[in-house]
Design a protein around this ligand. Structure first.
Ligand code: NOJ
Length: 737
């Protein structure tokens, strides 16, 4: 439809029709006959059903086609309904969770995975996905870190932008693509004490300098929607934060797409004590420029009177409605209201061998090897005991893979059976214990077993028996899918007690011990890391879990993942992130540490820092060589080239991720001790070397200055190039005016 036709349509719509374009209803509206108690309720239910502009949570081509047909017939202007869903790391084929994708340091993988998700979801009737989540996360207690790509603003921005590219393609009208929604604007990841839905206090400087970066890139990439966050930011809930939404998001970041609230977030402004009632909340959200109310009933119930009383201008409503209509139009819904949804096409495109191959590649690249004493990995053993609750566990995805059938995920047992079928290696399998402690709170339910103790005693005895006859134990442990994700904050980030008991009993056998950890967040792993010969972080890997992990463990490919979040020694260090400040009393590496910044009982640094991850080979890196020592700010083409020589001095072919960090030595505001500014992957055979160069430009030196502008400041800088964020391999240069 042409723009003038859209405008004509808008001017022909009744006030009620316009308001309802801004209302998003839950899927049940179309799936269940609403329980109505009287005529008024019946009218309301019908109004929601046939006038609401969008719905969330539905999928299934035939179902969506039927709903759309019925809806459009009844809608006064036959405007199509918009179907939205959380397609986070898979629709049918499940890719590793976003945190694992961060560990790949490979935005191209995320782009391709998003492309597959879009194709599958779109054929299944979905037109908008609530992804990517670009929130910066620094606190492992917060369960939603599983949905982020980690603690670094630069990496987050790259990954989220790649996802947007994959979801949206060149045109969202294309039936293989969907519109993307960047969330949760803003700073949802800064929830105090890692407790979900909690308050966020950030200076404007920290907000701009650290937290907004992740959203900026995917928005510039053209993401069509943005979602507000639940949290207040410095006292103002996001869904009513005019400054954040109008000045920062729209004016500064140039976002002109649809702004949708998170579920019920407009209504929650009443609970926060920011809005008097739902009507007041509706007004605040409209003023802030929130276009769609997700399931709070605030716009549907109160916009009409707010407009009639003159408290919300109709122009404001028209602006918002036009944005929603434009999105529908750009998706091509006025021409094809099903956006190519078809049960046949869904069958054809979903869970394809190519998608599974990509998922496999993503799993292999996301696994992070934390320890590998005496080259315990790759496996080199003729008798293996594969033990642990994850041996047969199919749910290796996250709790957000809502449409994906965990039964299709390849287990470790299946993959190991396939891999060792025609070999003389003997493998035995045992669960060893339950996945959860008894009476574990999983949010929506509590795990309870009346026979918990007997079952675990029996499982342990079986496991110890097979461990006895093996020379290597591969222990498969981890959190359950429901211990990370929304509303899963924890104050103890350890494995369940029952798994630790199994671990210690197995350790006592003195066998070579390889520990695999499935997790959606950084964990405290001290005992496991100290006592295992090798530790591999597997995250929530999805469909190709078993195959991808087996390929790495058996040495078919070398691990190459790098931590996207710091793993602490103890939870008491959280929030923990590498790009911290030096403080006025940095702790010296050697000598007296009294009255310096430190803990009495724990190092300041992470146990495993951001960017860390071993391979099966050994790499060396030369000193950093700069082609010159001064960069001129006034010359936009000026650059310094930083070069290192990287050599594979081990005996396996492996891929290393070479990381570039910069420190601004003196700034008008205090600057982090290091910030990631670039990275390159290099695959080298044993004995091979390569030169890796990075161009350093003025742009990379910019930050939010004391003058509240994004700029660089002349002075000294350090440039670090290494294999993780703890590298001290550095040189200095100077930025001149
Ligand atoms: C609430 C979550 O915070 C958000 O991430 C999600 O997209 C919506 N619910 C819709 O399911």
């Amino acid at each position: 439809m042409k723009r003038e036709d859209l405008l004509a349509l808008l001017s022909d719509m009744s006030l009620e029709e316009k308001i309802m374009q801004l209302v998003q209803v839950p899927g049940q509206t179309y799936e269940e006959s609403a329980a109505v108690t009287g005529l008024a309720d019946m009218e309301k239910a019908e109004k929601s059903k046939y006038l609401a502009g969008s719905v969330l949570g539905l999928h299934g081509a035939d179902k969506i086609i039927a709903i759309q047909k019925d809806y459009m017939q009844k809608h006064p202007h036959h405007i199509p309904l918009l179907f939205m869903l959380d397609v986070i790391h898979g629709h049918d084929t499940v890719f590793p969770c976003p945190l694992a994708q961060g560990a790949t340091f490979d935005p191209e993988i995320s782009r391709k995975a998003a492309e597959v998700q879009a194709k599958e979801a779109s054929a299944d009737g979905v037109q908008v996905t609530f992804s990517p989540m670009a929130d910066l996360v620094r606190d492992a207690r917060w369960g939603r870190v599983v949905e982020s790509t980690g603690e670094d603003p630069y990496l987050n921005g790259l990954m989220a932008a790649a996802m947007v590219k994959g979801y949206q393609g060149d045109s969202i009208a294309d039936k293989d693509h969907v519109a993307a929604c960047v969330k949760h604007f803003a700073a949802y990841g800064a929830a105090e004490a890692g407790r979900d839905y909690n308050n966020c206090e950030l200076s404007e400087h920290t907000l701009r300098d650290q937290y907004l970066h992740g959203y900026r890139r995917p928005i510039s990439e053209g993401a069509r929607l943005v979602m507000t966050s639940f949290n207040p930011l410095n006292g103002i809930p996001s869904s009513g934060n005019k400054w954040l939404m109008r000045d920062i998001l729209r004016k500064e970041m140039g976002f002109n797409g649809v702004l949708i609230s998170d579920w019920g977030a407009i209504g929650e402004m009443v609970d926060w004590g920011f809005a008097e009632d739902l009507k007041d909340a509706a007004k605040l959200a409209m003023d802030a420029g929130v276009d769609i109310d997700m399931c709070a009933d605030s716009y549907s119930d109160y916009l009409d009177s707010l407009i009639k009383e003159g408290n919300v201008k109709e122009e404001l409503l028209d602006e918002a409605v036009l944005r929603v209509l434009e999105l529908k139009n750009d998706l091509g819904l006025f021409e094809d209201p099903y956006h190519g949804a078809s049960a046949e096409r869904y069958k054809e495109v979903s869970f394809s061998p190519e998608s599974r191959e990509l998922a496999l590649d993503a799993v292999r690249k996301s696994l992070v090897l934390l320890e590998n004493r005496n080259n315990a990995l790759p496996l080199n053993s003729k008798s293996i005991a594969l033990i642990g609750p994850y041996v047969d566990e199919k749910n290796t995805q996250s709790s957000w893979a809502i449409t994906c059938d965990a039964d299709k995920n390849v287990t470790l047992r299946t993959a190991f059976e396939e891999a060792f079928k025609e070999t003389d290696t003997k493998i035995k399998y045992s669960a060893g214990c339950t996945l959860l402690d008894n009476d574990s709170d999983l949010g929506f339910t509590t795990y309870h077993s009346d026979t918990f103790d007997e079952d675990n005693d029996r499982l342990l005895a079986e496991a110890l028996e097979i461990a006895n006859s093996a020379d290597t134990v591969v222990l498969c442990l981890g959190e359950s899918a429901f211990q990370s994700g929304e509303s899963t904050s924890k104050t103890r980030i350890t494995l369940p007690e029952v798994q630790l008991r199994l671990f210690n009993e197995i350790c006592a056998k003195g066998k070579k011990l390889i520990t695999l950890i499935f997790t959606g967040r950084p964990l405290e792993l001290n005992e496991i890391a100290d006592k295992s010969d090798a530790v591999l972080i597997c995250w929530r890997p999805g469909t190709e879990s078993g195959h991808g992990i087996c390929d790495v463990v058996t040495g078919k490919v070398s691990p190459q993942g790098k931590l996207p979040m710091s793993f602490p020694w103890y939870v008491g260090q959280e929030p923990l992130y590498y790009n911290r400040f030096n403080t006025g009393r940095p702790k010296p590496v050697e000598g007296d540490t009294i009255f310096t910044t430190r803990y009495l009982d724990c190092p300041n640094e992470a146990r495993y820092p951001f960017g860390y991850g071993l391979t099966y080979s050994d790499f060396e890196i030369s000193e950093v060589v700069l082609d010159k020592e001064k960069l001129t700010k006034s010359n936009p083409d000026d650059k310094i080239t930083a070069t290192v020589k990287v050599s594979n001095v081990g005996d396996k072919c492996a891929t290393q991720t070479v990381q570039l960090y910069i420190r601004d030595m003196v700034g008008s505001t205090v600057r982090p001790i290091k910030e990631l500014k670039g990275f390159k992957k290099i695959t080298l055979k044993p004995g091979e070397s390569a030169e890796i160069s990075f161009a350093i430009t003025d742009d990379m030196l910019k930050f939010w200055t004391a003058a509240n502008i994004y700029d660089s400041e002349p002075g000294k800088f350090s440039v670090f190039v290494g294999f993780d964020s703890a590298t001290e391999n550095s040189q200095e240069f100077e930025l001149l005016d």
